[in-house]
Ligand binder design. Structure first.
Ligand SMILES: NC(=O)c1ccc[n+]([C@@H]2O[C@H](COP(=O)([O-])OP(=O)(O)OC[C@H]3O[C@@H](n4cnc5c(N)ncnc54)[C@H](O)[C@@H]3O)[C@@H](O)[C@H]2O)c1
Length: 541
């Protein structure tokens, strides 16, 4: 997924030396932007600063980087120390490659700087002053270096070949990087989709600077632990033989009682704030352990390792974490973003077919709410999807994550656009509630909810009956249920405790055509009742 490889880091962190080694290993040209700028200006960087000023230098730097970014030949590029202070530089880099930060302890950097004594910023300083200056500058620049996609330590302990090897292994993992989620509050995290990622994810934990500084705890459920025991031992191997906590599986257990068991498990074993939770499970584990991460000792990092199709395309992305309350689903929760999402398609091999369908419902939803071309794609690949063709699955998951990430990026906290993701959910949640979360999994309930919402849209002439039929036909081709019996009163009551339905102003996400939905409110109760009829009648015929 990357094109150029950019290196950033403090002076003497090894950007140029390691950069050259990496370039040699990957048989790519190596470029040092400071060198290129000096060459083009025909004077040294110090001379440019002295004669033309820093602003002129930054302008040249931006021009050089923007030009390199659009160069089709993949390169390894070492950046100057202050390059990331310019937002336009960061943008150009993010659009054109992967950004690696090399780091070392201040003492190591200071000692390396002293060897050559050719850094203007450090001129004339004794050892103590230099170390202090390095520490101060590192703190100041952290905000820029933290923009890197991943970090690699380049301490004196490790020879350059070793550092190069780690960078290359990380880049290998990065080949399965498909996108970054960027939230409106400034959080940013990568999503990976690929095969057998779990067996080599230790390198990513290092690259995200979670290993070796953090302890890990794998959170899963008893069914996943049984079906994916091999994957769990791989995960343990990759995360310092971490302990495993198992929830009891199922929506019925997504509650405070289960969460409290996790807290107790962690507290009794003295897990500190330097713990990272690895959520290995479906949406239930992800939501519950995610809320656990958000609240344990006021918040610890976590990584989503979804094991159901639904959690890959939906619940792992967006940062909503929650548990159910007896009064309603997901009523107690938070917005809390993971450090990364890793979708290892190979774990889907043990997923029961009904659960696979549940994920497909959300995927079809994305087509209906946002992307008519994606809906066409699904229509054209029904067989391959049912045969779990890995390439098609990867495309489905990727596009779904992109859509969710785009929507969440615009509206992280569901004040506007994000509500469109709830298409089918108002009715679906009512169905789940009415069946005590036992009869249908979440996604299947949503598929029924989409049928009801689709009918409301037809009754209101928002879309055509042909559109409704097209949506329902696609659901039928995958074998989704077509009916559910509920009385109007029961349905109305169940919907009224859904938090997506404002008590005094009921909102519904309704389609206007395939690929476009809008929020509607104050819809006549009779129309809603008639729409429920559309899935009730079939069973009674
Ligand atoms: N946070 C969000 O934004 C968001 C979005 C959508 C849904 N959700 C939540 O997600 C939950 C539903 O998630 P789900 O559908 O993944 O359900 P789930 O987590 O209950 O998983 C479904 C079942 O499949 C089993 N399972 C999971 N992976 C398996 C595998 N690889 N092999 C064998 N068995 C496996 C589980 O043990 C469980 O029994 C709901 O609680 C819903 O509220 C949250």
């Amino acid at each position: 997924m990357y094109k150029h490889i950019y290196f950033t880091g403090f002076m003497a962190s090894g950007k140029s030396r390691v950069g050259r080694h990496v370039a040699e290993r990957l048989k790519r040209p190596f470029i040092d932007t400071d060198f290129l700028i000096a060459e083009q200006a025909n004077k040294s960087i110090s001379e440019i600063f002295e004669q033309d000023g820093e602003a002129a230098f930054r302008k040249m730097e931006l021009e050089v980087i923007e030009k390199l970014a659009t160069d089709p030949e993949p390169k390894v590029i070492s950046l100057g120390g202050g390059a990331l202070t310019q937002a336009s530089v960061v943008k150009a880099i993010r659009q054109s490659g992967v950004l690696i930060r090399l780091w070392a302890e201040p003492e190591v950097l200071s000692e390396r700087i002293s060897r050559k004594n050719n850094r203007p910023l450090m001129a004339g300083l004794d050892d103590t002053q230099r170390l202090e200056k390095v520490k101060t500058l590192l703190v100041e620049r952290e905000v820029y270096y933290s923009k890197a996609d991943f970090s690699v330590e380049s301490s004196n302990e490790y020879p350059e070949e070793h550092v190069t090897e780690r960078v290359v292994r990380l880049l290998h993992f990065w080949e399965d990087h498909v996108l970054n989620v960027e939230t409106s509050s400034g959080d940013r995290y990568p999503i990976f989709i690929g095969n057998h990622l779990l067996s080599r994810m230790g390198i990513l934990l290092e690259g995200l600077q979670l290993m070796p500084s953090h302890d890990f705890l794998i959170c899963t459920d008893n069914a996943v632990a049984k079906a994916q025991s091999q994957a769990i031992s791989q995960l343990r191997n990759q995360s310092s033989q971490s302990l495993v906590f198992k929830f009891r599986s199922g929506e019925i257990n997504k509650n405070f009682n289960s969460l409290n068991q996790l807290y107790t498990f962690m507290l009794r074993r003295h897990f500190s704030r330097k713990t990272c939770l690895l959520q290995f499970g479906g949406g239930v584990v992800g939501d519950m352990a995610g809320f656990g991460a958000a609240t344990y000792q006021r918040g610890i990092p976590f990584i989503q390792l979804p094991t159901t199709l639904l959690s890959m395309v939906d619940s792992s992305v967006g940062g909503k974490v929650a548990v159910n309350h007896i009064e309603g689903k997901n009523m107690i929760g938070a917005f809390y973003q993971p450090k990364a999402v890793i979708c290892d398609i190979s774990v889907l091999s043990t997923l029961p077919h009904q659960e696979f369908l549940a994920g497909l419902a959300e995927i079809i939803k994305y087509g209906v709410i946002y992307d008519a071309a994606f809906f066409d794609f699904i229509e054209n690949h029904v067989e391959s999807i049912l045969n779990k063709d890995p390439e098609i699955l990867k495309q489905l998951i990727k596009r779904s994550c992109e859509i969710k990430a785009e929507v969440v990026g615009i509206d992280e906290k569901e004040t506007g656009l994000r509500a469109i993701l709830n298409y089918g959910h108002t009715f679906g949640h009512a169905i789940e509630k009415l069946t005590n979360y036992q009869k249908f999994s979440h996604g299947i309930a949503v598929s029924l909810g989409m049928r009801v919402a689709g009918r409301v849209a037809t009754l209101l002439n928002l879309w055509t009956s042909q559109d409704e039929e097209r949506q329902n036909n696609l659901l039928n081709r995958f074998g989704f249920p077509t009916s559910f019996n509920v009385s109007a009163e029961e349905a109305w009551k169940a919907m009224s405790i859904d938090k997506k339905v404002d008590k005094n102003n009921r909102n519904y996400i309704l389609p206007h055509k395939i690929g476009f939905v809008e929020k509607h409110s104050n819809i006549d109760e009779q129309i809603i009742n008639n729409a429920w009829d559309s899935i009730r009648a079939k069973e009674e015929l």
